[in-house]
Design a protein around this ligand. Structure first.
Ligand SMILES: NC(=O)c1ccc[n+]([C@@H]2O[C@H](COP(=O)([O-])OP(=O)(O)OC[C@H]3O[C@@H](n4cnc5c(N)ncnc54)[C@H](O)[C@@H]3O)[C@@H](O)[C@H]2O)c1
Length: 353
């Protein structure tokens, strides 16, 4: 009989449903408990999925339930503290939402806590389990477009949110090269926040990878925004989104379309987590990949702060955008704080954690 892994979910908002979809898709899991300080959020989620153990304090849940798996589905600022709190109770694995942390110091603390407590830590860049992205990765590795030379992507909602996925996309489809240098810049003329994190109005980053490819990331600069991008190789071009690949090379005689085979990435992500626990595979979302995306983001901010090319590894552990804002280097010209995700909040709250 299959093992049953006891799962607890911290944070019962929008993304927690995708975690639930993943766990429901593999019989080795049973979601036994949830925690959310907004009681109505826990009640709604618990009723929908028949989860009877409902807590308003995540640490109480971690202390009371002996969980094998913890899903962390809170806003970004709580990813590190909740991961560290969960690690201290020694579950087998943690699936924490992206972005891994809001700076590199947090990412390192999360990895130390996981290692110290022998916990497997994965970050939910779930599109690594999208069959289209995996098909693209395999085709590129097999030489379908020759050696990758350039990869371009375009997103919105700040570097940490949308663009952490896009940087992970660049690395994943090229078989996870290491970033060697980054040149970037940002504009922040309004007091813009995303899930209570200070973000820029616009940004751009150029990334030099150790496979010889150069990445280009645009944030709020280009109208074409999607989860995916375009890879230019020595012998062809691949255009990739979540639904299909379009491939052009000397053999295709025009653009060849390869549609998705339709597997749900959330289920693949959860299945591989159990397989990882059982020693069958490494997890594609293992924490070092989540950290790699954050390191490139911090390098873009650091390049903007220092006006120079940043050579990796980044050695600044706090977020350079916070340093710039606190130093007065990014004066707001149109004052007034606003959060582009305030619509997620319940009740009277307008500024969350
Ligand atoms: N992987 C993806 O594609 C994807 C998509 C959407 C969101 N996300 C990520 O998921 C995270 C959550 O985003 P969301 O859209 O679900 O937000 P949300 O606001 O819908 O949900 C967050 C939930 O966390 C709860 N919460 C707040 N403080 C808590 C605490 N101390 N303990 C337990 N729960 C607490 C809130 O009450 C809320 O119910 C973000 O970091 C976001 O980047 C990822």
């Amino acid at each position: 009989m299959s093992a049953i892994y006891r799962v607890g979910i911290i944070g019962c908002g929008s993304i927690s449903h995708m975690h639930m979809t993943g766990y429901l898709g593999d019989e080795r899991y049973q979601v036994v408990a949830l925690a959310d300080p907004v009681a109505e959020a826990g009640q709604a989620f618990g009723s929908q999925y028949d989860i009877s153990k409902r807590y308003t304090d995540a640490r109480e849940m971690l202390g009371q339930e002996s969980l094998d798996i913890v899903s962390i589905c809170t806003w970004h600022k709580l990813h590190a503290p909740m991961t560290i709190a969960a690690c201290a109770r020694k579950p087998r694995a943690i699936l924490c939402e992206k972005p891994m942390g809001v700076n590199l110091g947090e990412c390192d603390e999360m990895m130390i806590a996981a290692k110290r407590n022998n916990v497997k830590l994965a970050i939910a860049h779930q599109r690594r389990f999208n069959p289209v992205w995996t098909d693209a990765r395999n085709l590129i590795a097999e030489g379908a477009i020759g050696a990758p030379m350039q990869v371009t992507t375009s997103g919105s909602q700040g570097l940490l949110n949308d663009c952490s996925h896009l940087l992970d996309f660049m690395r994943y489809v090229m078989s996870d090269p290491t970033a060697e240098w980054v040149m970037g810049n940002i504009e922040r003329k309004t007091d813009r926040y995303e899930r209570d994190i200070r973000i820029e109005d616009r940004s751009a980053g150029i990334i030099g990878f150790d496979n010889g490819a150069v990445g280009q990331l645009l944030q709020e600069l280009h109208s074409q925004r999607r989860q995916g991008g375009r890879v230019y190789g020595e012998d062809g071009i691949m255009d990739i989104d979540e639904r299909r690949i379009r491939l052009l090379n000397s053999k295709t005689g025009g653009w060849e379309e390869r549609p998705s085979t339709g597997e749900d990435p959330s289920v693949g992500q959860a299945t591989e987590l159990a397989d990882w626990i059982e020693g069958k595979v490494e997890h594609r979302g293992e924490a070092s990949h989540g950290r790699a995306a954050i390191e490139i983001i911090m390098a873009i901010y650091e390049s903007a702060r220092l006006h120079e090319v940043v050579q990796m590894p980044v050695q600044t552990h706090c977020s350079p955008i916070d340093v710039m804002i606190d130093n007065g280097d990014l004066p707001v010209e149109r004052p007034g704080r606003y959060d582009i995700r305030a619509f997620l909040l319940r009740g009277e709250e307008m500024q969350g954690e």
